[in-house]
Design a protein around this ligand. Structure first.
Ligand code: GMT
Length: 377
């Protein structure tokens, strides 16, 4: 395929959509495309120099006449500049609001025929879609994009239901960089954390939003801990963290819950983990599950959103109803007490992550879409 100039806009701070956008940009650059990130700060996973990746910072000035900083307008303006100056072929934006709308405005301002691809990641539909003051704007962003993708079939269905659009939407699943997310030896790290060899390790990674139902993670863990020595690693930070810390202090096994804060090298933590827990109320895909699975850690997740498209129940993990911590604990205990079964689940998780969601396959799917809408030379 021809080498393209691709602009990418995402929320560059921690979060699955930023991770996917950045990893996609890196992989496209490795395949010879020229990548232009148009973001408010350097994407956090862009942690090394790539000769064909460029970063265009969106500067938002705070003028005293404005009550709110005009991020959207500054972004659209920067997009217009980059479309024109770099002669972008495609602009791939992550999130309908505000990024798809900014892209449409930026393209209009530039007066060029750059193709716009919009990927919906969840919150733009599952939260904002319920806000009637925004549905019209989300629909506009979707319909004015040349191509729209969602990260799961579940999110696609929800988009049709909530946004009521006839736009054709394609599911392109998330992926991980298999070079990084691969089974590693976690023995030393486990020792460093003071976890003894016979202790089991459960892990949860998130941005500690309410939607993640972290109290259910704690309840599940406490039920497991009653049956065997175990530790729970809570990785990440966010609005609910303080409340959760207070709640854990009242629990019987308070010293077995480790709050690790934000961490970069997740694959190292997965190397010392046995089970991943994700008990969310809404989850368009659950990238953290896939990251864990690629490292050989089976997940227990809620039957919510795109999670059942990632975990195959009884094969490489388990699915439970939202809030069913008894069932989640029973599945975890069953797996942790049966080494042979756990090993089979570990292998099945790696198999699923690398066969169904392999980065090379997913990146090719995006390339095929770009080719369809790229500027005609
Ligand atoms: O989960 C979050 O709160 C972060 C959010 C984001 O925008 O980065 O994640 C969303 O996008 C991820 C990447 O596609 C998905 O794996 C997450 O499931 C999705 N989160 C929700 O739907 C709540």
């Amino acid at each position: 395929m021809r080498k393209l100039k691709i602009g990418i806009t995402c929320y560059p701070t921690v979060g699955g959509s930023g991770v996917i956008a950045t990893e996609l940009g890196k992989m496209l650059a490795e395949k010879g495309h020229e990548i232009h990130f148009i973001t408010s700060s350097m994407p956090f996973r862009l942690n090394k120099i790539y000769p064909t990746i460029f970063y265009h910072e969106v500067e938002v000035n705070n003028y005293s006449v404005f009550q709110h900083s005009p991020y959207d307008i500054a972004l659209a303006s920067k997009m217009a500049d980059v479309i024109k100056n770099e002669q972008l072929d495609v602009l791939h934006v992550h999130y309908a609001i505000p990024h798809a709308i900014c892209a449409v405005l930026g393209r209009d301002m530039a007066g060029e025929d750059v193709g716009i691809v919009t990927t919906l990641h969840g919150t733009d539909i599952t939260v904002l879609g319920y806000d009637s003051s925004l549905t019209g704007a989300i629909r506009y962003g979707i319909e004015k994009s040349d191509i729209v993708t969602t990260v799961s079939d579940s999110l696609k269905c929800q988009t049709y239901e909530l946004i009521e659009t006839n736009k054709s939407i394609e599911t392109i699943y998330n992926f991980v960089d298999e070079r990084e997310y691969t089974p590693k030896d976690g023995t030393q790290l486990k020792r460093d954390f003071g976890v003894s060899e016979d202790e089991r390790v459960l892990i949860h990674v998130s941005n500690f939003r309410k939607v993640k139902h972290i109290p259910d993670i704690i309840k599940t863990f406490m039920k497991v801990r009653e049956q065997m020595p175990a530790k729970l690693l809570l990785v990440g930070d966010g609005p609910e963290k303080h409340r959760i810390m207070e709640e854990v202090k009242k629990c019987p096994y308070v010293n077995d819950v480790l709050f690790l804060g934000k961490q970069d090298n997740l694959s190292e933590l997965y190397a010392m983990s046995d089970i991943k827990l994700l008990m969310s109320e809404k989850e368009a895909f659950g990238l953290v599950l896939l990251e864990a699975m690629a490292c050989g850690v089976p997940g227990i997740g809620t039957k919510v959103g795109g999670i059942p498209e990632v975990i195959e129940h009884g094969l490489n993990g388990y699915l439970v109803e939202l809030g069913d911590t008894d069932q989640a604990a029973a599945y975890a205990i069953g797996l942790l007490q049966d080494e042979k079964k756990l090993q089979a689940f570990r292998e099945a998780a790696i198999y699923r992550a690398t066969h169904c969601f392999h980065s090379s396959k997913i990146v090719e799917q995006y390339e095929a879409l770009y080719e369809k809408v790229a500027r005609k030379k």
